[in-house]
Design a protein around this ligand. Structure first.
Ligand SMILES: Nc1ncnc2c1ncn2[C@@H]1O[C@H](COP(=O)(O)OP(=O)(O)OP(=O)(O)O)[C@@H](O)[C@H]1O
Ligand SMILES: [Mg+2]
Length: 236
């Protein structure tokens, strides 16, 4: 599905955090949303899903305006927000977590369980463990699996590599490559800009709640100015 964010402004109390964010994610694209700490990446995602509703501007899905709708209705339209950090249902087992997502899944876009377990075979091995005791990498797997089972039409991934070991980051890269091949529509934020740009078609760089630059991913990867801005070493 196509997501269009147009001149979105959002606040935390009186603090004007998003100051006119405009971006598009076309159907089947992976788009990276980059910027320094506090630039407004997470808030942009929260605004899209209605957790921090925009005070101005609009968010549309395939041309339908969803601005100001409640979060559960936006989720029902197939927008799957995967927040950073550990947030799976801790006291439920992995199997129970997955079953819940299957129940929520919408027929057409939902990935079948076999396909999801094929992508994350480890989840079958740890099916009877309580989600709260999983490692960071296992939790990330579970969150992604749950999102895919729910039949997303667009995935919003907020810093999926946060807290993961390099080996698991490598796995995550393979999953992102699969999502891209499968033409799943993805918006991803990352501290690790070069990692995200490896799997993205295009990227936006935001600063102080507004888009400062956008370009094809390979252009951003190769730009010395952008690399300096994002704090990426020249040899990375
Ligand atoms: N709940 C909140 N209440 C007040 N201010 C907040 C809240 N959450 C974030 N902010 C502020 O809003 C601004 C944007 O934060 P946001 O979390 O969107 O940035 P970010 O780009 O995701 O940063 P990071 O890379 O650190 O995750 C920051 O100045 C932050 O301090
Ligand atoms: Mg953030």
């Amino acid at each position: 599905m196509t997501l269009e964010v147009e001149d979105v402004h959002a606040y935390y109390g009186r603090s004007h955090v998003l100051q006119g964010i405009t971006l598009t994610v076309d159907d089947g694209e992976t788009v990276a949303l980059l910027g320094r700490n506090g630039a407004g990446k997470t808030t942009t995602m929260r605004s899209i899903v209605g957790l921090t509703p925009p005070r101005r501007g609009s968010v549309t899905l395939d041309g339908d305006r969803i601005t100001g709708r409640p979060t559960y209705r936006i989720a029902r339209r197939g927008v799957a927000f995967v927040p950073s950090g550990r947030r799976a249902y801790g006291s439920l087992t992995v199997r129970q977590n997955l079953a819940l997502s299957v129940r929520k899944g919408r027929g057409s876009g939902a990935w079948p369980m076999e396909r999801v377990l094929g992508m994350f075979p480890k989840l079958a091995e740890i099916a009877d463990r309580r989600a709260g005791f999983l490692s960071g990498g296992e939790q990330q797997m579970l969150k992604l699996a749950r999102a895919l089972l729910s039949g997303p039409r667009i995935l919003l991934l907020d810093e999926p590599t946060e807290g993961l070991s390099p080996a698991i980051v490598g796995d995550l890269g393979r999953w992102l490559a699969i999502l891209r091949e499968e033409k799943v529509t993805v918006l991803i934020t990352e501290q690790n800009a070069l990692f995200a740009l490896q799997y993205a078609d295009r990227g936006y760089i935001i600063e102080k709640g507004a888009v400062r630059h956008h370009a094809p991913a390979d252009e951003l990867r190769d730009s010395a100015e952008i690399r300096t801005y994002l704090g990426v070493g020249a040899d990375a």
